[in-house]
Ligand binder design. Structure first.
Ligand SMILES: N[C@@H](CCC(=O)N[C@@H](CS)C(=O)NCC(=O)O)C(=O)O
Length: 217
């Protein structure tokens, strides 16, 4: 009998990359037969709702995503939220089965997050921040130099034709990369057109039902 997770709520905002990672994870898990019953609720980042007392009571840092648990307590930070959901509802696995597989998936997820999502987010917020943050050409230039390193590495990993970053099945690494690339499209951050394997992965991933249920760009 598979575990069923009930009575939890995810606060998110569409296109914002960190909540998008979690939403993609939930859709992928459900599509693979996992029984996650998570109620979504929008917190409007454009109007500053994340800084209202109601949201600061959920996350004193005023950010998304936040997972509200069945006892009313809150969990913040996208990766621990995903890992909590995965540990609560481990089948089918989305981080891998053996210690080595799990380490490999986590390695790819960290590269996608720290090497792609964070640079994309820094470039977007330094050029045309949807949160109204001040522009910074220096920050944008720095992260434009950093971004290609991880993109190139992931392109090389995908060059053997594997459908997903870690192999034959979608994992949390795909969720993070897809969330990052959607935010890049939103903010006009260009990904090198020569990275054919990465772009092939992106097009194929976005065409799948779990991605279509979450991604809007
Ligand atoms: N390290 C955090 C980052 C959270 C974060 O920066 N979230 C953004 C949306 S992607 C946010 O809520 N920004 C609103 C703000 O900073 O006011 C995570 O992984 O969840």
């Amino acid at each position: 009998m598979r575990a069923i997770l009930r009575g939890v709520k995810l606060y998110f905002f569409p296109v914002a990359p960190n909540p998008t990672k979690v939403r993609l994870y939930i859709e992928e898990k459900r599509a693979a037969g996992g029984r996650l019953d998570v109620v979504p609720e929008v917190v409007d980042l454009r109007s500053g709702e994340q800084k209202t007392p109601a949201h600061l009571a959920r996350n004193p840092l005023g950010r998304l995503p936040v997972l509200e648990l069945d006892d009313g307590s809150h969990l913040t930070e996208s990766l621990p939220i995903i890992e909590y959901l995965e540990e609560t509802c481990p089948e089918p696995p989305m981080i891998g089965r053996s210690p080595r597989e799990r380490a490999r998936v986590r390695e790819l997820e960290r590269i996608a997050d720290l090497g792609v999502l964070v640079p994309c987010a820094r470039i977007v917020h330094a050029t045309k921040s949807p949160l109204g943050l001040p522009a910074s050409p220096e920050v944008a230039a720095l992260f434009r130099r950093i971004l290609p390193e991880a993109c190139k590495l992931l392109d090389e990993r995908l060059s053997d034709g594997r459908p997903f970053l870690a192999g034959e099945r979608a994992t949390i690494a795909d969720c993070t990369l897809a969330a990052a690339l959607q935010f890049a499209r939103f903010g006009g951050v260009e990904i090198d057109a020569g990275l054919e394997h990465l772009l092939r992965w992106d097009a194929a991933y976005r065409g799948r039902a779990p991605a279509r249920a979450v991604l809007v760009l």
